[in-house]
Design a binder for this molecule. Sequence first.
Ligand SMILES: NC(=O)c1ccc[n+]([C@@H]2O[C@H](COP(=O)([O-])OP(=O)(O)OC[C@H]3O[C@@H](n4cnc5c(N)ncnc54)[C@H](OP(=O)(O)O)[C@@H]3O)[C@@H](O)[C@H]2O)c1
Length: 293
Amino acid sequence: MLLKGKNVIVTGSGRGIGKAVAIACAREGANIGLLARTLEEINNTKQEIESLGFGVKIIVKTADVTIYDEVADAFKFFHDNLGLLNGVVANAGASRMGNTHEFDNERFANILNVNVLGVFHTFKAAYPYLKKDDKNEKARFVITGSAAYPMGMPKFTAYVAAKYAVVGIQSVLVAEYKKENINFNMVLPTQVDTRMLRSRKAGDGNKPDYVLNPWDLNDYYLFLLSDYANRVDNALIYSSDFTEVKKFLSKAPSGKTESWEVFKTYLEENSPKIYANVKKLGKLVDFIIKSSK
Ligand SMILES: NC(=O)c1ccc[n+]([C@@H]2O[C@H](COP(=O)([O-])OP(=O)(O)OC[C@H]3O[C@@H](n4cnc5c(N)ncnc54)[C@H](OP(=O)(O)O)[C@@H]3O)[C@@H](O)[C@H]2O)c1
C-alpha cells in the first residue's frame, strides 16, 4: 500500500475531485481528514470509505475555507485525532460563469476567497501540524489548480484570476520553505464531471467523452503524496498532458511501455510537444505504468 499509516487531509472532499482523492488515499492505507462546509456530504464520503473496509481512520470536520478560525479549528481537530500530518490536499474550490462587466461584485470576491484565500488559510492552519522532521519522507502540500492557468477563459474572470494566483502562491511557498521538509505541487485538471462543471447532472453517465471522471485524476494525487515524489517539488501536473501520455501508452508497441526509460524515446518521436511537457515528470509516467498493471 502506497500511503499506509500516513495522515492525509483533503479539503472539498464532500463530493467531486476531493471525494475521489480521499477514497483513493484511504484505499492506499491513509487515515483521512475530510473538510467541507456540508456535513452531510463529508459524512457520506466517510460512510462510503468505511463501507469499503480499508480499516483506516476517517475524521470529518466542517469548515468554510474562507474563514481562518474555522480552518484552524479543523486542523487542530485533525491533529488531535490523527497526529502529525503527512499530506494536505488544498482542493476546495468554487466557480461561476458570467459576463465580466455584469459580474456580481460579492460573488467575484467570494470566488477569489474560496480559491485563493482558502489555499492560504489551509496552508497556514496545517503548517504547525505537518510532519517535517524527515528529509526522506517529506510532508506534502498539494493544490488543485486548473487548466484555466495559463488560459483566458471568457466569462470566468474571477476563477481564472484565482487559478493564476495559486500558481504564484505555490512558487512562493517553494522558495520560502526550501529548507524545510515540505514539497509543494499542483494538479491542474481540464474539465471534470463534478457539480462545479455540470451542476446536478454530474455523474449522470452522460458526460461528453472529453470530460474526465473525478477518479481519473487519482494517479496524480497518489503519486504526489507517495514516497515516489519525495523529491518532486513545484511541479505543475496538467491532466491534459498525462491524458495524452496514457493514450500513447495504450497504443505504443509492447517493449516500449515497460518504463519511462524505454517509453520516452517513443513519446519524443511521436509527440515532441507532450514529451517536452512531461519529460521532467518521468517518475510520474513510471508510476502510471506501474499502477496500470
Ligand atoms: N470540475 C472541473 O471541471 C474542474 C477543473 C479544473 C479544476 N477544478 C478544481 O477542482 C477542485 C474541486 O472542484 P470539483 O470540481 O470537485 O467541484 P465540486 O464537486 O463542486 O466540489 C467542491 C468541493 O469544495 C467544497 N467547498 C466549496 N466551497 C467551500 C468553502 N468555502 N469551504 C470549504 N469547502 C468548500 C465543496 O463543499 P461545500 O460546498 O459543502 O463546502 C465541495 O466538497 C476545485 O479547486 C476546482 O477549481 C475543477
